[in-house]
Write a protein that binds this ligand. Structure first.
Ligand code: PLP
Length: 397
């Protein structure tokens, strides 16, 4: 590994720690589904899935393509797609035994027809809208009629049913309890129609941490795998989560500036005294938020170096007047630990008004990921090999 500009470190030991910490908080008989959508919240779906595989009953992703990436890497456990899958992708789903979320007849009918035609069985999870208002059938009599009609279709097997909490990450859990109550009521309506759901799941990370009593058969761990709490309001003391992602760079230039010198676009910072300024070759083009302009800081030799002026697309400047021995190639910690100091993703997102989930998802393709276990590099993943395929190059192939 020789990344001299920037890289994200992914601490796989922390992932294991987080899985074990969550498992200890679950009720007996409740299994975890590992949510690795958006390339594992920006951490890398495949390397994370590899490490969490022994701790989960299956995986969940947002799209067919994300599911196919996991299958291509040999993951055999059930994979659920949490969003809506277009019927044009059903054949791939059926072939690869990927479970779609289904909640309308228009979705279920072509799936049934195709699976019969292919001589296969399509396993599905029903999606139930108990208050999120996003996708899912309504948890009432007409929803129950629909669910039992879907279950009766040939070639379809209802393996599970899920709902998603909109407000489980708040101190006041009453909205989550109401959603849970609706979910259970709906399972009663299904029982009246002789439909029992083998795998029932409601809980997200917030519920795993604060409401493990809503375990049912499975709970879906997302952000907590990656060592972040869903919000400040969610039980930090019940489950100890360790941060997973670090973001590291190296100083590209150091200079002394005189009073009156402006720094970066717009001249929003002007030196009022002699200063020493270091340039960091990372910017919003890497997913490092521009909102940190004049607000954020990095760590150099374990000390805080505040951002001066605006974060550019590919570079920003920091004040190192008070930090000795800063040279070209000196290590810079944008996220993570340096000596006694630490910058958490949550600290940065609070500073710039971004959502912590969003910040890690947005760490860009220009940033290679380096995977660590026991302090040793066990894998790397970069996206440098971009290639634009034209209609002509396709024809010539
Ligand atoms: C993203 C998602 C999750 C995981 O949520 P976290 O807050 O990251 O734990 C669980 N279920 C569904 C349906 C989701 O879309």
């Amino acid at each position: 590994m020789n990344y001299t500009r920037v890289y994200a470190s992914i601490d796989l030991d922390a992932v294991v720690h987080n899985m074990e910490a969550m498992q200890r908080n679950l009720r007996p008989g409740v299994g975890l589904i590992g949510v690795v959508k958006t390339d594992g919240y920006g951490h890398g779906a495949v390397p994370v899935a590899e490490v969490i595989d022994p701790y989960v009953e299956g995986f969940a992703v947002a799209t067919v393509d994300e599911a196919l990436i996991l299958r291509r890497h040999g993951f055999a456990k059930p994979i659920l797609i949490l969003g809506v899958t277009h019927p044009s992708r059903y054949a791939e789903l059926i072939r690869e035994e990927i479970r779609p979320a289904i909640f309308t007849m228009a979705q279920a009918t072509p799936l049934s027809e195709l699976s019969v035609q292919m001589g296969r069985k399509a396993r599905i999870h029903l999606a139930l809208d108990t208050g999120m208002g996003r996708i899912g059938m309504t948890p009432d009599e007409s929803g129950a009629d629909l669910a039992s009609a879907i279950a009766a279709l040939p070639g379809i097997e209802v393996e599970g049913m899920f709902t998603h909490f909109a407000r489980a990450d708040e101190t006041d859990k009453s909205a989550a309890w109401e959603q849970y109550r609706r979910y259970l009521h709906f399972t009663d309506l299904l029982k009246e129609r002789n439909l029992t759901i083998p795998i029932r799941h409601c809980g997200n990370s917030a519920a795993i941490l604060d409401l493990p009593e809503m375990g049912l058969d499975r709970m879906r761990a997302g952000i907590s795998i990656y060592g972040m709490y869903p919000s400040d309001e969610v039980g930090h003391d019940r489950v100890d989560l360790r941060p997973v992602m670090g973001l590291h760079s190296f100083v590209s230039f150091v200079k002394d500036v005189a009073p009156g010198q402006q720094i970066s676009y717009g001249g929003t910072f002007t030196a009022t005294e002699p200063m020493r300024v270091a340039t960091v070759p990372v910017g919003y083009g890497d997913g490092y938020p521009r909102g940190l302009s004049g607000k954020g800081y990095v760590l150099i030799h374990g000390k805080k170096a505040p951002i001066l002026g605006r974060v550019c697309m590919d570079q920003f400047m920091v004040d190192v007047t008070h930090i000795p021995d800063v040279d070209v190639d000196t290590e810079v910690t944008l996220i993570g630990e340096d000596g006694e100091a630490r910058i958490r993703v949550e600290d940065l997102s609070a500073l710039c008004g971004r959502f912590h989930y969003e910040l890690v998802c947005d760490i860009g393709k220009r940033v290679p990921r380096v995977y660590l276990r026991g302090g040793r590099v066990v894998g790397t993943k970069d996206y440098f090999d971009d290639y634009y395929e034209t209609q002509r190059s396709v024809a010539e192939r």
